[in-house]
Design a protein. Structure first.
Length: 258
């Protein structure tokens, strides 16, 4: 078996994007003219596609994910085939729905509202499903995990990679899901939270950060802080140090806050 430079485990979603025509504003309780498109999404899937575009075909990454036996899954798989990327790690299960996210954009091009149904990856991609891919993980140049996975699946994947000395990159995905790797911080080589996700990770590790001041900073950053980049970094330093420290006996992972 040829080793892959990267193995990625996580979300593969169908995104539904609604964009109103420029002269119309979205109206609560009503409809406006616009354009609706279907695109492939999911954090792990997006990263895998980008890596595939940068690498030679024989070095293409392996994506491990799960989709349903439905039309959304058919569209995702068809697009993946068109990119000439391996489908060997994409599982299909009957009776589950392919993960989907619906976005409505405003006239400025910002997301006005969204609804995500991504339970399939969290609930149905289990540690037992990864057993058939252990050799791929052990021989990878790097393992990339997104936080759409359940904590147990994250822990199982980290255990296999860490035992084989494979570097692990954890992408926190969102503030709500950022803490899912708390139990395996000692295994991580890299993590890439944005500022809000970083604060959530630090609060999950050390309750001293679970304070009203930390939550206010999180909200201020989410709203668009007027502080300079240097000032923001100074405010975030205690949270960076907590994540770098991890557990007392843990080697320090690298943190790349977004």
């Amino acid at each position: 078996m040829q080793a892959q430079p990267a193995v990625l485990i996580g979300g593969m979603n169908l995104d539904v994007q609604a964009v109103p025509t420029a002269s119309y504003a979205t109206q609560p309780g009503g409809t406006v003219p616009g354009q609706i498109t279907l695109t492939s999404g999911g954090v792990a899937r997006n990263i895998a596609q980008c890596l595939g575009a940068l690498m030679k075909q024989e070095q293409s990454p392996m994506l491990i994910s799960i989709i349903g036996m439905d039309s959304a899954g058919d569209l995702l798989l068809s697009h993946w085939h068109s990119l000439h990327l391996s489908c060997n790690g994409i599982l299909r299960k009957a009776g589950v729905a392919t993960s989907m996210t619906a976005y409505t954009f405003n006239q400025a091009g910002e997301v006005a509202a969204s609804v995500a149904d991504v339970r399939t990856v969290e609930e149905h991609l289990r540690p037992t499903d990864l057993q058939q891919f252990h050799m791929h993980i052990q021989q990878a140049g790097i393992l990339v995990l997104d936080a759409n996975l359940s904590p147990k699946t994250i822990q199982a994947a980290c255990g296999v990679a860490h035992a084989a000395h494979v570097p692990i990159w954890f992408e926190p995905v969102s503030v709500v899901k950022a803490a899912r790797a708390t139990e395996v911080l000692s295994c991580l080589t890299y993590t890439s939270p944005n500022a809000q996700e970083l604060i959530a990770m630090a609060a999950a590790i050390d309750p001293v950060h679970n304070t009203q001041a930390a939550h206010k900073l999180q909200l201020d950053l989410a709203a668009g802080s007027h502080e300079s980049a240097a000032a923001q970094l100074h405010l975030l330093a205690p949270f960076v140090l907590s994540v770098l420290k991890g557990r007392p006996s843990a080697p320090s992972p690298a943190v790349a806050p977004g």
